[in-house]
Design a binder for this molecule. Structure first.
Ligand SMILES: [Zn+2]
Length: 130
């Protein structure tokens, strides 16, 4: 496993424990591990700050023809959701995988789930008021 993967796995563990965090620089730019410097301004003093409990869907795509490792999951919805200073990419569950089913701005929580296809861990969003 590469260092990059290990850092991502550690971060998934934290999210799974309800302790997801972002790396935030002194300017308030958020990023996700693994990072040694802020991707926006290059600052190297990054602090871990808890993710907000609630994020909102900024954009989404309904995937009907998936990559092989998502074969058994299709159709599904991938989404980018903003959580405070960071944006997370994940699979949105608890909604119909339909192009009109997801209102932008939908409040969601973040969790860790598994792919149907191979059991791999993925970032999952769930609607908060569904
Ligand atoms: Zn920065």
């Amino acid at each position: 496993m590469t260092t990059r993967d290990a850092a991502h796995e550690d971060w998934l563990d934290a999210v799974d424990d309800g302790a997801g965090y972002a790396l935030v620089c002194p300017e308030g730019h958020g990023s996700l591990p693994p990072r040694r410097a802020c991707p926006e301004c290059g600052a190297t003093s990054l602090s871990e700050e808890p993710l907000p409990a609630e994020g909102s869907v900024e954009t989404f795509t309904v995937v009907h023809v998936p990559p092989p490792r998502f074969d058994d999951d299709a159709p599904y919805v991938t989404a980018i959701a903003g959580f405070g200073s960071v944006r997370l990419t994940g699979v949105l569950r608890g909604v119909d995988p339909d192009d009109d089913a997801v209102p932008l701005g939908l409040p969601v929580e973040v969790d860790v789930g598994t792919r149907e296809t191979d059991g791999g861990r993925i970032v999952v969003f769930r609607p908060l008021d569904a």
